[in-house]
Design a protein around this ligand. Structure first.
Ligand SMILES: *Cc1c(COP(=O)(O)O)cnc(C)c1O
Length: 373
């Protein structure tokens, strides 16, 4: 048996993530690896932190990238903040809210689940009722941008409710960050996690997180140590803290962090507002074209994510065959339905570098040809 280098084809990634990676980000990955305690690398990390604070719109000192994908960011928020026996109100309107629930259960904490039908934004009235019924709950957790359904929830209103009730908010911003407004300080978000491979258009495998001073206080006053050694933020902070204090916790994924730095430089030079606007404009262009093809959106207007478009698969169309043809004949990836939407929906991503005119045009032209056959 002989082995050869793996040389992937160049695809256009228009699924739920990973998204198209910026060419500059791929180039950054191939730069020379430095030691992870090298002063030059540490200087880069300090900039990376400032760039993450910009992306999250926060001054939280505890803002960093976890060396693992978005799922680890989710787990880090729950294991650090929530202690066994504590009560968490968790909103579920798709797959990822269900994963939050799974984290809460495994921690031995108590979950109060607020269910909203798939494809809809989290229902604020139901959350309000749950908060009134459970004044002893310490946290409100929800997914800002539900990638399994394409629905955007009102993070500002949800965090305000949590704050008013004296609860800490835990927010999944894996798909929202960079694609739609996320304002950590203005909205009073206490713990937030994201992912490198969605609207930041970096390679998969890193999870930006940020914790408010109130969340840090909660972590410091824990009665029991964090169950996960790797994700224990009090240990990791020693590494991300200012110059001179850095000590070894784990070997940072050096080149992957160059890539995230580059992706955030890209976001910063474009400007957050401009990035949000570009996602919206590309979504409108795509939505118009999908409408002309007779494809219907699942999420009602006003609750739709620009960066993740969920459409109903028309009657009589072979889901898997269409996606395979797009991949093989057009080098185009779109997403299959997930969970309740498996076999019923396509998920078309316009994330980060992927949210551009040529991608929209390719996707509409390819779908038109394939559906006409
Ligand atoms: C993709 C995603 C995750 C998980 O991120 P990974 O990097 O795949 O671990 C979590 N939440 C949401 C909303 C996502 O879209």
């Amino acid at each position: 048996m002989s082995f050869h280098s793996f040389i992937p084809p160049r695809r256009t990634l228009m699924g739920p993530g990973p998204s198209d990676v910026y060419p500059n980000v791929l180039a950054a990955l191939s730069r020379p690896t430095l030691g992870h305690l090298d002063p030059l690398f540490i200087g880069m990390m300090d900039e990376l932190k400032a760039l993450l604070q910009y992306a999250f719109q926060t001054r939280n000192p505890m803002t960093l990238a976890i060396s693992a994908p978005g799922s680890a960011g989710m787990e880090a928020c729950f294991v650090n903040l929530v202690e066994p026996g504590e009560k968490v109100i968790v909103c579920r309107n798709g797959v990822f809210g269900g994963r939050m629930l799974e984290n809460i259960k495994r921690l031995g904490a108590e979950a109060v689940v607020v269910d909203t039908p798939w494809g809809r934004a989290v229902e604020l009235d139901k959350v309000k009722a749950a908060i009134s019924a459970h004044p002893d709950a310490k946290f409100l957790a929800f997914v800002h941008a539900e990638t399994s359904t394409g629905a955007l929830s009102d993070a500002k209103a949800l965090c305000a409710m949590a704050r008013e009730a004296g609860m800490l908010s835990i927010v999944d911003a894996v798909t929202s960050l960079g694609g739609v407004p996320v304002k950590v300080d203005e909205w009073g978000i206490d713990a937030i996690y994201s992912g490198s491979q969605k609207c930041l258009s970096c390679v998969p495998g890193l999870s930006p997180v940020s914790f408010s001073p109130a969340a840090v206080e909660k972590i410091k006053n824990r009665r029991s140590p964090v169950q996960s050694w790797f994700l224990d933020q009090s240990l990791v902070m020693g590494y991300w803290e200012g110059a001179g204090k850095r000590s070894y916790h784990h070997t940072a994924p050096v080149n992957a962090l160059y890539a995230l730095h580059e992706a955030l430089v890209q976001l910063h030079s474009e400007g957050l507002e401009q990035s949000w606007q570009r996602h919206r404009q590309m979504h409108e262009r795509l939505a118009e074209g999908l409408g002309a093809l007779g494809l219907d959106f699942i999420v009602p207007q006003g609750e739709r994510l620009p960066q993740l478009n969920t459409v109903t698969i028309p009657q009589g169309i072979d889901d898997a065959a269409v996606r395979a043809t797009l991949l093989n004949d057009y080098n185009l990836e779109i997403g299959a339905g997930l969970g309740d939407f498996a076999g019923k929906a396509w998920r078309i991503g316009l994330m980060g570098y992927g949210a551009r005119r040529e991608n929209v045009t390719l996707c509409l032209a390819a779908l038109a040809e394939v559906l006409n056959k």
